[in-house]
Design a protein around this ligand. Structure first.
Ligand code: DX5
Ligand code: ZN
Length: 222
């Protein structure tokens, strides 16, 4: 089943609680929370305090996408704040295996993100430890960018490999996902669609979630 993960990066922060409730009511399973440090990516966003305030208002799975250097510094704080899942970038750590174990020890599921130009090779010796691989379909840092079509074959290769391994590891795509690109990503093998602008920059975010699900050609998973 395809899951929709609205990214609050494009939400109206002045009424964030209301916007989160709206996408939850629309059936979104996952809330994608983009954490940026101004070093790994040229932008700044939010930290554990925001996760803590939202936690009381939502039952969705909180999927924290860390775009930060030294991700190990923040894991315990996000766990305490109520995160269910942490994804960090392969490019940000020299001790990837150790950080994966830290996240699991804190009782969360774990994903590794790869920038568009980063090959799949780095996943080889860690894949069986992962719940998710996030294939970036834009360069991380900003919402509202254009989908990079060259990532499609990368999704296909990873999907085939996971099938071959009979792995439950999920493929998430993030960046430039809209009604057109969603179906291409799903066809290639994506399981979780992150969408920011295509949901929160729309006049009716609730309707946008429903349309995206339709475009992905799937019913809501139970
Ligand atoms: C980009 C973030 C994305 C972003 C996607 O660095 O990781 O999650 O919110 O935004 P859209 O869907 O607008 O491209
Ligand atoms: Zn993201």
């Amino acid at each position: 089943m395809i899951q929709i993960a609205p990214s609050i990066l494009s939400a109206d922060f002045s009424r964030l609680g209301e916007q989160v409730r709206m996408v939850e009511d629309a059936g979104a399973e996952v809330l994608h929370i983009d954490v940026m440090d101004g070093h790994f990516v040229p932008n700044l966003t939010f930290g554990p305090a925001l996760v803590k305030s939202l936690r009381a208002h939502s039952k969705m799975r909180f999927d924290v996408h860390l775009m930060v250097e030294e991700p190990e510094l923040f894991i315990a704080d996000f766990a305490a704040a109520g995160a269910d899942h942490i994804t960090f970038h392969l490019e940000t750590s020299l001790h990837v295996h150790r950080v994966i174990q830290l996240i699991k020890e804190q009782g969360m599921t774990v994903g590794i993100a790869l920038n568009p130009a980063t090959p799949l090779d780095g996943l080889k010796y860690i894949l069986e430890d992962l719940d998710m691989v996030l294939l970036m379909t834009v360069n991380p840092g900003f919402g509202g960018q254009k989908f990079i079509p060259n990532v499609i074959p990368k999704i296909q290769v990873l999907h085939r490999h996971l099938e071959h391994l009979q792995s439950d590891c999920q493929i998430q795509v993030d960046g430039g996902i809209n009604l057109e690109t969603a179906s291409a990503a799903v066809k290639a093998g994506a399981h979780i669609l992150v969408a920011g602008a295509a949901i929160f920059a729309q006049p009716d975010p609730k309707l946008a979630v429903e349309k995206l699900r339709q475009a992905a050609g799937s019913m809501k998973s139970e």
